[in-house]
Unconditional design. Sequence first.
Length: 402
Amino acid sequence: MHLSLLSASLLAAPLAAALPAVLPAPLLAARASNDSSPYDTKPLVPAVKLGAGADPSTASRNRTIGHFPRPAEFVEKPTYATFSAFDYQSIALGVHQEYIELDYFSNGLARFTDAQLAEAGLDAELKSLIEFFAKQEVGHALVLSNMLGESAPKPCNYKYPFSTPRQFIDVNVDITRFGEDGVLGFLPSLDNRAVAQILLQSITTESRQQLQFRQLLGLPSMVESFETGLPQTWAWTLLSEYIESCPASNAPVQWDIYPQLRIGNDPNQTALTSGPAIYTNVTALSAPGRSIELSWDEPGKTAGPYNQTTYKPANGTAKYAAFVSQYNVTYVPLADLDGSSSNKSATATQPGGIVLPQLTTTEIFNNTIYIAITDDNPFLTPLNLSLINAHVVAGPALYHSG
């Protein structure tokens, strides 16, 4: 077992080719029930109003005025638009995330009657809370699309992997979890700090949504000291599984998709919890030493709404299960490895440990965490976690440890 405490370093370099950014921005509008597409868009904010007219080459540069000392630097004339391919593709991923949340919180909720929701403990007040989440997502999708302009992605068609209200809540725990963590992973590396500021003030709202969905399921709302940051490829791999198709006008997302990883004995949150609760102090859903059953696909398959080919690392030999949670990556050697068939399988022992020596009661692996199959066990830290991408054989998959 190899455990690394994460700290600061550099993320991978931006994508090679920049895409147009400062263009008229779309507005997200609610659809009529008989519309064929999920949502309609139309121009809202002229490009000239996206920023303060600053030179794009210096728009995000920190500036300190010497005659009035300040405790921190600041951007005097921010321009809220993406100027690099890295920023564009990161925000485009965020737009895809906001659209599915908007769809699930509105159309997904509408799949159930008030009686069905009440049977699951979701009364009119709690239903209105989820409806308000949908209104929040209208704003989130709007501000992110504004920063991309006309070329911003349009809403897609989504899968609905739930048939009961509690399954609906369970899925939204997952959606908001990797949506939040996917942004936290790239937020400090954005080239334009003005874009990062807008995103920061939206993703904190999503963190609260995730907490409240856990409460609606009857799980403890907070069981960790730190949130997790994910590479964009991990977030896109997870998100793409929920998307059926996207408009032909959308530019394909440029982040890789990895072969799907499945957990055969993932703890069932809906079976192990009861109704909504503000907070519950219960035994974790799993514990260190538990044998986790893993299976995964071979690389090279077509996946996602843009028909991508799943990634294959240079080595590609499955050796470890990488557990990513809070500030830590912990590698566990795979056991019972069967690599002879197209459906690979192995087991891994759930690790234990604490985040910091001073936090003796705070376990690393408690909450919804991430598991990936890797061909190596490099020491990585929060700001260079994307370097793990070259070693991912399959995954990530969500593991509901607590």
